[in-house]
Design a protein around this ligand. Sequence first.
Ligand code: SAH
Length: 275
Amino acid sequence: MGVGENQSTIITDSSQPLIGLDAIRIVLVATTHPGNIGASARAMKTMGLSELILVAPQNYPGVEATARASGADDILYRARVVDTLDQALQDCVLVVGTSARPRGLSCPELEPRRAAQVLLATASQAPVALVFGRESSGLSNDELDRCHYTVQIPANPRFSSLNLAAAVQILSYELRQQALVGQPALPPLKTALPAPAEQVENFYQHLQTVLLQTGFLDPDNPRHLMRRLRNVFNRAQPSQSEINILRGVLSSVQRPQLRTSVVDSTSKDDFIRKD
Ligand code: SAH
């Protein structure tokens, strides 16, 4: 069923600020052309978004950015400039990355309307981010590893790379349309919110350290192991207390307190038929 066909949706008064849009961070990573930053700010403002975060932008601030913002310079003045993507994602419980092309082993892909639904449904409870890549090469694999989902605007498969600000415009439009029809019929989030991005990232670093220590992860032949494990945990969206439990498990592997009375239930004897 299309979004507009949902009988139970409420059409909101579009002259009012739309709930949820201001909790969605638009994150631009390593933008090269300041004009694209200004044009992205304009694209956001036309759709009612306001939170812009710039990760290591080049030649910014500058007159070209302000000129291309064309009246959306308030978004630029309020934009936060940070050094790393992790800083931009601090406190975010949901991160959606954008890509002009399908990306092999990365996280699950959503089509734009569905991505807007998922982002808005979560934004009413905690900060979420929509992340855009650099003009020359998009988001790196490491950056996509920080994302729960990716979204690709379905364009001409033989020429699918939009201008950065055009991509910001289209996805901001989808977010606005979604905000206008009210909350989608998505299953409610689990009672506990997913843990913030930096805590999940610390868990992945801890997991990697332990797997290197135990020898399960071979640094000379990592073969996407960490990326596959990230996908598993990103699907589960563990809460803060679940992350604490997982960290505790890892610490117990690093500092085992062996209980000799416990029988190893996976010992090979269990698999040998004794009759
Ligand atoms: N040459 C790059 C394209 C970069 S375009 C590449 O092959 O990945 C700059 C950014 O605009 C992208 O990182 C993405 O954030 C956004 N973008 C461009 N086209 C897009 C599309 N079809 N769908 C989603 N995002 C897109």
